[in-house]
Write a protein that binds this ligand. Structure first.
Ligand code: NAD
Length: 437
């Protein structure tokens, strides 16, 4: 098969590499010049284990990249993997990139190809936006157009591995579209789940991410409830889960990232108000409310002259990623700065230049420098690298005066917690929510 991929971000690049390595000829287009150059040079523009090595195996062999498609390029399929960010106070999807990707494929679209939409979109978008557009540019009736919605459900940090192992959900507008989409995805995975409509496939993706968001919101709510009884929420949830297979309550923690911060809003788009919609939006807003609770805690414990250290800016630590998009830590850092404080930043995986580009505060080259610089440190993600912090080095930097580290994920090992001068707070024992009126 010869497949055109539009947008070589996290989703487009990992999918292109995984399928090029399975023998498919991939023609990827990317309109960001820096991203394109980096890929052409065999270097991904984001962190993913072994991605550069895998890219170098296929670039210019089975995987060709450029800025645009050419007229007469004879492809079997297009896969659209552009971003779908939210805009405005009502948090609706900005379809500017989807429309520009359709304009880009128009250069060589003939009507015989299947167009696969993989970006996360609101229910009905494939039928209402993509199908009429393709019909218009090809002059064919909508019944003759081949489209499918095939959601991306991999986790950043393990994307290539999961492309080869997760079931692929496919919703198509007719059997020919399904067969063509399925032919492509069968080269990646043994498990294809055919759903009866484009809309069901769109919904499945949104269900998966909204489920996770609500699941974590419940962990945060239970934590707050436990604390209102003077009980450590973290330990209470651990005890409720231990050896009891019918309980898998999420531990308290910040919930963000480029998908979870937006997908519940995308799910609720074009939906009338009802209890189901209120439930998911309230859960999302509840997760978001941890940002203001943390800000309030900083405000009530430190004076604006203080430098607040923030470590773990990437939106999650496991699997490891450098992705700062949708990061709660970045949102909190921004709010702390707006409240008049200075912040100093550190992350184990994101590059220092990326942290500097946030324009929030000084970047520390390592964790110890951050502790030295800041009056307190907030550890915001669960990177496994916190497990290997050198105890004696940390002891030396802290000295004998009391020093507070807010270990939101309770990730620091016991030997670090045992440092006498250290006052450790976690989301479980920290009365971080008590200021949340
Ligand atoms: N990141 C993830 O792990 C993940 C997982 C599941 C679903 N998704 C969804 O997949 C979609 C893509 O996510 P992403 O993280 O890869 O986004 P991204 O922003 O990293 O990548 C999109 C890329 O498309 C390029 N682009 C935009 N318009 C273009 C055009 N007209 N022609 C060529 N290139 C164009 C951009 O420059 C960018 O590099 C989103 O809808 C997202 O919600 C992402």
């Amino acid at each position: 098969m010869k497949v055109g991929v539009i947008g070589l971000g996290y989703v487009g690049l990992t999918l292109s590499i995984a399928s090029a390595l399975r023998g498919i000829k991939i023609y990827g287009i990317e309109n960001n010049s820096a991203t394109l150059e980096s890929i052409q040079g065999g270097k991904a523009h984001f962190y993913e284990p072994f991605i550069d090595e895998l890219l170098q195996l296929c670039i210019d062999r089975n995987f060709f990249v450029s800025k645009t498609f050419e007229k007469g390029q004879d492809l079997d399929a297009f896969i659209i993997t552009i971003g779908t960010p939210l805009i405005g106070d009502d948090k609706k999807v900005n379809y500017q990139f989807l429309l520009s990707s359709l304009d880009a494929l128009a250069a060589c679209y003939t009507g015989k190809e299947v167009v696969i939409l993989r970006s996360t979109i609101s229910v009905g978008t494939t039928r209402k936006i993509v199908l009429p557009y393709l019909s218009k540019i090809s002059g064919l009736p909508e019944s003759k157009i081949k489209v499918a919605f095939c959601p991306e459900r991999t986790i950043e940090g393990k994307a290539i591995e999961e492309l080869y192992s997760l079931p692929q959900v496919i919703g198509a507008n007719n059997s020919e579209s399904f067969e063509m989409a399925s032919l492509f995805f069968k080269t990646l995975t043994d498990s294809i789940i055919q759903v009866p409509s484009l809309e069901m496939a769109e919904l499945v993706k949104l269900f998966n991410n909204t489920y996770r968001d609500v699941h974590f919101a419940m962990g945060n709510a239970f934590n707050e409830i436990a604390q209102s009884f003077g009980i450590d929420g973290y330990s209470a949830i651990e005890a409720a889960n231990k050896g009891y297979k019918r309980s898998n309550i999420g531990l308290p923690g910040y919930v963000g990232g480029p998908c979870l911060e937006k997908d519940p809003y995308i799910l609720s788009e074009n939906m009338p108000n009802h209890n189901g919609k209120n439930f998911i939006i309230n859960s999302r807003k509840y997760n978001e409310s941890l940002e203001d609770s943390t800000l309030n805690w900083v405000k009530s414990n430190y004076s604006p002259k203080a430098i607040i250290g923030i470590s773990g800016l990437a939106f999650k630590g496991i699997p490891e990623t450098s992705d700062l998009r949708g990061s709660v830590a970045v949102n909190i850092a921004r709010k702390i700065v707006l409240a008049g404080f200075k912040v100093a930043l550190h992350d184990f995986t994101a590059k220092n230049e990326e942290l500097a580009d946030l324009n929030l505060g000084e970047v520390s080259t390592d964790f110890f420098e951050l502790v030295e610089k800041a009056e307190t440190v907030l550890i915001m993600n669960n990177s496994k690298r916190y497990l290997n912090i050198d105890k004696s080095k940390l002891e030396k930097v802290i000295g004998s005066a009391k020093y507070t580290i807010f270990d939101s994920w309770n990730i620091l090992p016991q030997e670090i917690k045992n440092i006498e001068a250290l006052d450790i707070k976690t989301l479980g024992n920290y009365k971080i929510l008590e200021h949340d009126e």
